[in-house]
Write a new protein. Structure first.
Lengths: 500, 449
């Protein structure tokens, strides 16, 4: 998704500018608003929270073990298929990071019956979209196809051929390898990527979630046999979930799934890798030198929790207060109060292994110091002070109320139920979600902050022009420096003259 | 940002498929006494509604020395009005489970929010209050000037190829309204004063210069009564001065080569001048854009990325404007490929279309792709409200949400060929070549194969 946005930016330049970066909604308090933000309380609001229930899907299990979830919605004449293979990058061999991703990417490049260009033509003639990927720091392969509902049969026929019978042609793999080598070079021009890469290495160490991209060496070693091996090992109906949503009845959907995925043979699949993460043992500060950078990209955070952890909901609320949206503390402070940035946020990521809680902002070079100071202040404040009642109520209400908006997109609803299966959450998880949110109090939020915002082990990453910002960054501790290639750099740069 | 660009790219319609496949939306279209146009499109499939206020102003209304002003102004609309405190707008919308934003482009500025259906009064009150009496002061102006300058750094100055688009617009347009970028220059942003802000508000932020669209789980009569209650007393203003976007005919190709310290590979970016959006010739060029670069079976992908492996990506399509529009092509060569060789290969593909046209199979395919895109554009209440607002402000016709599809569907293969012959010619072209700084000529990153 991020890749695509980037391409559009490249493609047509800046023709639109927005008031806010796209971020999930969030909350702020009324007692401790930065001095300039002001509540007049004259706007008519409905105090009642709209009760919304996430519709349950129909669940079907095929004899071969494939779990199918179906959500019937007729608003638009479209249908989406979402197949999750419960193995991905965390199952990559140590010497070939990216194998799961190569396998997913090459699925559409040929089957026993169809060449890559036949597949492309058939998809485009259906007006369909198809994508398959196995992102890093995850153990999932996602395969999505969507199109007009009157071509649902043809689309699932094509999708099942792509998923079940890929031929991994050698010449297509060669093309892919060339493209990916270039993509590796291009990725290093993106400051956000450099920041996330360094941060994940800092937090995860030896655990495979430390890796966010493949390597030239790994691409060089990739063979059709290796891809086929990954496919044969992990792509199995008993290791998959199929979600179907949109303009289709459960009866029709089940019949299609039987027809095209019913003969998929099951076999034992190796267990998911161990997901114990030690996490960083001490606070560290990293500076990634990006000469010519006019902003510092800052990340600060640490290890959080698994998706199935009972702390997940209270931690989400704590995050809403801290930086989950443009009404949260980080945004209010760093943008609305100080004018340092276009946006400042925080985010909890969670997975089958412990995820992260991380704050991020991009600021002009000469306020790097001030921004780090405010970030540290807000992290400390969340730990030290109970969240005021009104602020907590806003945070909780925003989370529960936003449920209504998610009902507009059937594919997103089905993905929430697929999450329940994948992460092993209780089957009635979404039925009780609102009640669970309501139970969280200020004491719990503070306990979450003290548990997951660990300032003694905080990992801070700054990507920027070292000669401009090194002096600011080193005020926060001993700096470990890297270049944009990810290699350690020993020398401290000469500060630029005239830099504040 | 992405959403809007996709919608514009997709603004190509096609008939072919039975009309029943694109369900007709029922709209009410009412103009209040003060000139505010109100369009309501109910849909009861989810318990939410969306509001969109599209003002008939954008960077096209800026004067030399004041670039970036329309967008800076957009930021100030969140900084408080008579009955809404600074920042209270976003606190309320987010704390009650909604989402909101605003956006500015060359031809319009819009403000929008989506909320659970029981908060209709909140959304209408918020939009009405800031249309009625925006509260501007020096602190807010300085504060948001900083935010906008950081936005410029984030999206332009700190990104590879960030400045290439700006350079290209400067080359492709002589007429000032489209010659300069939406985000504006740092110097002009620094020069904006409180008086500028007040004047801009008075001229452009009037009910008779705006379109309000409400979509989602609402009853039209109820919405209209509330709209009259909240917006009815806002005074009409004299019509804003007209803008002349007429682009003089260009007599030769314009070219520029720039260096970019943040890029590692070259890029070729070209723009052909075309007629205004929503005209038959532009519809034909939109079909052509899909033939060239929509999906992996498109000509550019299949020939240049896959078969010849000259490019790592190529995109083509109409950048639709109310006035003279652009047909854009952007491509990055594979390492080891000279940017000039890629540029030539792109032109060869265009020449092939001018010579032999497109096939019926291609036409059928892009019609289906377009049908799908039109349907998908209705998937969220907010996206739909924004799209109707744009069509109304741009072309004075909200019903284009239903009929654009039919119009573009009428495009024939011959019309596509003729449009290419007429508009995709070198004298109508502007080209910006971006080279990575310090990496010599156009051969890509050294040592990379």
């Amino acid at each position: 998704m991020e890749k695509r946005t980037f391409k559009f930016l490249i493609a047509f330049g800046l023709t639109t500018a927005c008031a806010f970066a796209q971020q999930p909604p969030s909350a702020v308090d009324s007692q401790q608003l930065p001095s300039h933000v002001q509540r007049l309380n004259r706007v008519p609001v409905n105090p009642e929270i709209l009760k919304v229930k996430l519709p349950h899907p129909t669940e079907v299990r095929l004899p071969n073990g494939l779990t199918i979830l179906i959500l019937e919605r007729h608003k638009l004449p479209t249908v989406s298929f979402s197949l999750w293979i419960k193995s991905g990058a965390l199952s990559d061999p140590k010497n070939m990071p990216g194998l799961a991703s190569f396998t997913a990417d090459l699925l559409r490049d040929g089957t026993g019956k169809r060449s890559t260009s036949q597949i492309a033509t058939e998809l485009d003639e259906l007006g369909a979209t198809f994508n398959a990927g196995a992102g890093f720091a995850s153990n999932l392969t996602n395969i999505n196809a969507s199109g007009l509902s009157d071509s649902a049969d043809k689309l699932m026929d094509l999708m099942s051929d792509i998923v079940l019978n890929p031929s991994f042609p050698a010449d297509e793999l060669e093309r892919f390898v060339r493209r990916e080598k270039t993509a590796l070079v291009q990725a290093r021009t993106n400051p956000g990527f450099l920041a996330r890469e360094r941060f994940n290495r800092a937090v995860y160490g030896d655990f495979p979630a430390a890796i966010l991209s493949t390597t030239t060496d790994s691409l060089q070693k990739a063979t059709p046999a290796a891809l086929k091996g990954f496919h044969d090992t992990y792509y199995a109906p008993n290791n998959a979930i199929l979600g179907i949503a949109g303009d289709i009845t459960p009866l029709q959907a089940t019949a299609l799934a039987r027809k095209y995925f019913g003969k998929w043979t099951n076999h034992p699949v190796p267990a998911a890798p161990a997901t114990i993460v030690a996490g960083p043992s001490a606070k560290k500060i990293y500076l990634v030198d990006r000469p010519g950078s006019v902003q510092s990209n800052i990340l600060a955070g640490g290890l959080s929790l698994r998706r199935s952890d009972p702390d997940y909901i209270p931690l989400e609320i704590a995050n809403r207060v801290l930086g989950g949206g443009s009404a949260a503390r980080l945004f209010m402070n760093l943008r609305e109060e100080k004018g340092y940035t276009y946006g400042a946020y925080s985010r909890v990521s969670s997975n089958i292994y412990p995820g992260t809680l991380v704050a991020n902002t991009e600021v002009r070079n000469n306020v790097t110091d001030g921004s780090l100071h405010e970030l540290m202040y807000e992290l400390q404040r969340l730990r030290d002070q109970r969240v005021p009642q009104a602020e907590l109520a806003d945070a909780k209400r925003s989370i529960v109320s936003s449920f209504a908006l998610s009902l507009e997109n059937p594919a997103a609803v089905i993905n929430r139920w697929m999450d329940v299966k994948y992460y092993g959450l209780p089957a009635d998880y979404w039925d009780h979600y609102s009640e669970q949110v309501a139970l969280v109090n200020a004491e719990t939020v503070q306990r979450m902050a003290r548990k997951y915002v660990n300032l003694d082990r905080l990992q801070i990453v700054v990507v920027g022009d070292a000669k401009e910002v090194h002096t600011a960054v080193e005020k926060y501790g001993a700096v470990e420096m890297y270049d944009a290639e990810g290699k350690p750099v020993a020398a401290k740069p000469e500060p630029a003259s005239g830099t504040k | 940002m992405k959403v809007l660009l996709c919608a514009l790219l997709a603004a190509v319609a096609v008939q072919c498929f039975a009309q029943s496949k694109l369900p007709k939306l029922q709209l009410t279209d009412t103009t209040l006494d003060n000139g505010l146009r109100v369009i309501i499109a109910p849909d009861h499939t989810a318990p939410v509604f969306a509001v969109s206020v599209t003002y008939n102003t954008g960077s096209r209304n800026e004067k030399p020395g004041h670039t970036g002003f329309a967008h800076l102004f957009e930021h100030l609309m969140y900084e408080g009005s008579e009955n809404v405190g600074k920042g209270e707008h976003m606190l309320l919308v987010q704390n009650y489970g909604g989402s909101m934003n605003g956006s500015t482009n060359n031809d319009q500025t819009n403000y929008f929010e989506e909320l659970p259906k029981n908060q209709l009064d909140m959304a209408l009150f918020l939009e009405a209050d800031r249309m009625h009496a925006l509260n501007v002061n020096q602190f807010n102006l300085d504060n948001q000037r900083n935010a906008v300058q950081e936005e410029r750094r984030l999206r332009v100055d700190n990104q590879p190829y960030g400045k290439s688009g700006e350079e290209l617009e400067g080359l492709a347009y002589d007429a000032f309204p489209y010659h300069h970028s939406v985000i504006g220059s740092m110097d002009d942003l620094n020069a904006a004063s409180i008086d500028d802000v007040k004047e801009f508000f008075r001229i452009y932020y009037a009910p008779n210069n705006a379109v309000l669209v409400v979509t989602g789980d609402v009853e039209p009569a109820n919405v209209l009564a509330k709209v009259k209650k909240y917006f009815g007393a806002i005074s009409r203003q004299p019509a804003p001065p007209p803008v002349d976007v007429t682009e003089p005919e260009h007599d030769k190709e314009r070219r520029k080569t720039i260096t970019d310290a943040l890029a590692r590979l070259p890029q070729v970016s070209a723009a052909y001048n075309t007629p205004p959006g929503n005209t038959p010739d532009v519809h034909a060029l939109q079909v052509l854009g899909l033939v060239l670069s929509s999906g992996r079976s498109s000509r550019f992908y299949e020939h240049l990325v896959h078969d010849k492996q000259l490019a790592i990506n190529v995109f083509a399509g109409v950048q639709e404007r109310r006035g003279p529009s652009l047909f854009r092509v952007v491509a990055v060569p594979r390492p080891g490929v000279k940017v000039e060789d890629l540029e030539k290969a792109i032109y060869d593909e265009i020449e092939a279309i001018k010579k032999d046209g497109i096939t019926q199979q291609e036409l059928d395919k892009v019609r289906t792709q377009f049908l799908r895109a039109q349907i998908q554009a209705r998937s969220s209440s907010q996206g739909l409200a924004n799209r109707i607002g744009t069509l109304t402000v741009f072309y004075n016709d909200p019903n284009l949400i239903n009929t654009l599809y039919d119009q573009v569907s009428a495009v024939t293969a011959e019309q596509v060929k003729q449009a290419a012959i007429k508009y995709l010619v070198s004298k109508h072209r502007a080209v910006v070549i971006t080279l990575p700084a310090g990496r010599g000529s156009a051969a890509g990153a050294p040592g990379m194969r």
